[in-house]
Design a protein around this ligand. Structure first.
Ligand code: ZN
Length: 98
């Protein structure tokens, strides 16, 4: 049987004898974004700064989709290919360019 003792010292409330939390250290495996192979140019993209500029497109085609109704479409692209494909049509807010 555990004992519960509540005391008050200089305004602090201390609950004693209730229990104890014991922690253990675990090794955790996790998946990390390591590299991307561009679906257009087949270049292997590595490194945090290059990887953060890649883009992945995933969607399911709807009833009138040019890709086909219900088709699962996916594409992983490097930043150079994104610029070649859509760069001429993008709107650049030059005030935010560092
Ligand atoms: Zn590419």
């Amino acid at each position: 049987m555990s004992m519960c003792f509540l005391s008050c010292i200089w305004g602090l409330v201390i609950l004693e004898g209730v229990g104890m939390i014991i922690y253990k250290t675990e090794m955790v495996k996790r998946r990390v974004f390591d590299k991307l192979i561009c679906d257009r140019c087949k270049q292997e993209v590595m490194g945090d700064r290059e990887l953060q500029e890649t883009h992945s497109i995933r969607f399911t085609g709807g009833y009138s989709s040019v890709f086909g109704d219900g088709s699962d479409v996916s594409c992983d692209l490097c930043q150079q290919c994104i610029k070649k494909l859509i760069g001429d049509f993008c709107i650049y807010n030059k005030e935010n360019i560092l």
